[in-house]
Write a protein that binds this ligand. Structure first.
Ligand code: MN
Length: 203
């Protein structure tokens, strides 16, 4: 997995690879402005403030997630999770599905893309409280769907994260209020499967 290095001791807020209104109506510009510009920015600022004299200065973000505890782990985990989350989207498309090796692996593991989506959506909808639903791969390329609480990431279990859905209320409440399953169902329209396939093929 690609490592995210600090620059002069500090991590940067990732730039969105699309315009703030590009994901509408699935995710509004208003939600993106808060989610990326306030929530993620705060995790970055908090981590940068906590790193000096922590013994973790200079490590890549992914190593900090594996080595840290407490507040540093929570903020670093949330940065890693959100970097993966925000970089996996593009403008809505009605007919949107994976291709190639990843599509084949999904069909082998779950029977069909539709069956995979149902299992993944259920993982997101039934996660109690705040957290993330994940599709990951093990070192053999086998796929796993999991629920991770709060700021946790599959790399903590030796897995490679491919696709994620943020089920913290801040990810959807402005647009969907309490209707988390509706938000998760809509997200399939904006997944950039070329990004997910690239993560899968980068074994
Ligand atoms: Mn979030």
């Amino acid at each position: 997995m690609k490592q995210t290095m600090p620059i002069e001791g500090k991590f940067e807020l990732m730039s969105l690879p699309y315009a703030p209104d590009a994901l509408q109506p699935v995710i509004s510009a208003h939600t993106l402005e808060f989610h990326h510009g306030k929530h993620l920015a705060a995790y970055v600022s908090n981590l940068n403030a906590a790193l000096p004299d922590s013994g973790l200065e200079g490590q890549p973000l992914e190593q900090i997630v594996l080595n840290a505890q407490g507040g540093i782990l929570n903020n670093a985990g949330q940065i890693l999770n959100h970097n993966l989350y925000f970089s996996q989207f593009r403008a809505p498309r009605a007919d949107n599905a994976p291709e190639g090796r990843l599509a084949q692996a999904i069909n082998e593991e779950y029977g069909s893309f539709e069956a995979f989506r149902d299992i993944f959506a259920k993982a997101g909808a039934t996660l109690f409280g705040s957290g993330w639903a994940w599709l990951s791969a093990d070192s053999q390329g086998n796929l796993r769907i999991s629920q991770e609480p709060n700021a946790a990431n599959p790399i903590q279990h030796g897995l490679r994260p491919l696709l994620t859905m943020d089920v913290w209320e801040h990810a959807y409440y402005l647009d969907y209020q309490n209707r988390r399953p509706d938000h998760l169902a809509a997200l399939w329209q904006i997944i950039d499967w070329s990004v997910i396939e690239q993560r899968y093929n980068d074994l």
